[in-house]
Design a protein around this ligand. Structure first.
Ligand code: GDP
Length: 301
């Protein structure tokens, strides 16, 4: 997988060096493994969990060697990505009984939220779906302008009232347009200002409520976008946003530019929310559905 090359090369080369030529998994190998996982941004809690489980297996199977450790690590990482099990086979299909399927996108500025929405619109369009975008991140002129630009690039309509307008009103009109035009999917961008947590919560609640005027179970997906190259910040943002709203899926961006793809493992484990999409570049086509098997394989290739 080209997009994840940097992630896989780094974790794997370190892992293989750590266990190379070792006939037995000892304290030293486990220490090295711990350091590799921490460095790869797996996160302390998840790393400790992995190490502890491997220690238990070492204690049981006295003569665990490097090849066996490799197998166990794959099993352990797949286990930590358990929440993503359903993603193993899915594609850009949408549930037939939810039309339009409404996605509310949340995340702080700079993580790649607008880009991810543009890429998603492109993928849905490729899959033969009609898409409406809503520019409800009205606090930044750049966010509105960029989403309009993405709409033009991809060839999908963007509902916008400009900057500093009421986000809920934009969300209302976007969902309305989606319903009126019998669109398959409506993707609504929102502002993510973490420094005002109560405001954030209120604003997201308000946006959800106006969506529900048209579609009682909307939004069908609350997608949190996180920058995979920011390590601890991604964990902090996941914590804040899951407190503010019911995040149901994650998009982790910029995995092409980082050797620290471990954030995918840690976040999935800590927050029990599936990673649905990964961003592997700046282009329209640089979005992939997260696939647990492919991801684990890419780490150990
Ligand atoms: P927003 O403020 O969250 O809406 O962020 P943008 O969508 O404007 O993205 C911020 C920057 O990150 C832009 O320069 C994007 O091209 C870049 N970007 C977004 N996703 C990716 C990705 O998956 N890989 C790389 N390398 N860059 C990305």
């Amino acid at each position: 997988d080209q997009g994840l090359q940097k992630t896989s090369e780094n974790i794997f080369s370190k892992l293989s060096k750590a266990v190379m030529g070792k006939s037995k998994v000892d304290e030293e190998v486990l220490d090295e493994l711990e350091e590799i996982l921490i460095t790869a941004d797996v996160g302390v809690d998840t790393t400790i969990k992995v190490i502890r489980r491997i220690e238990e297996r070492v204690a049981r199977d006295k003569y665990l060697n490097a090849a066996e450790l490799d197998v166990i690590l794959r099993e352990e990482i797949a286990f930590l990505l358990e929440e993503n099990r359903s993603s193993d086979t899915s594609d850009f299909d949408l549930p037939a009984d939810k039309k339009p399927y409404v996605i509310m996108v949340v995340g702080v500025n700079g993580v790649g939220k607008t880009t991810t929405i543009g890429k998603l619109a492109h993928q849905f369009k490729l899959a033969g779906k009609s898409v409406v975008l809503g520019a409800a991140d009205t606090f930044r002129a750049a966010a509105v302008d960029q989403l309009i630009l993405w709409g033009q690039r991809v060839g999908v309509p963007v509902v916008s009232h400009g900057m500093n307008t009421d986000p809920a009103s934009v969300a209302f009109d976007a969902v309305k347009q989606g319903v009126d035009s019998k669109a398959d999917v409506v993707i609504v961008d929102t502002a993510g200002r973490l420094h005002t947590k109560v405001n954030l919560m209120n604003e997201l609640t308000k946006i959800k409520k106006v969506m529900q005027k048209f579609i009682p179970d909307a939004p069908h997906e609350i997608l949190l976008v996180l920058d995979g190259s920011t390590g601890q910040n991604a964990f902090i943002q996941a914590k804040e946003f899951t407190r503010a709203t019911e995040v149901s899926a994650l998009a982790i961006t910029k995995l092409d530019g980082t050797a620290k793809g471990g954030v995918v493992i840690g976040i999935s484990d800590q927050f029990k929310i599936p990673v649905k999409y990964i961003g592997v570049g700046e282009k329209m086509t640089d979005l992939q559905l997260f696939n647990r098997k492919e991801f684990v394989d890419s780490l150990f290739k």
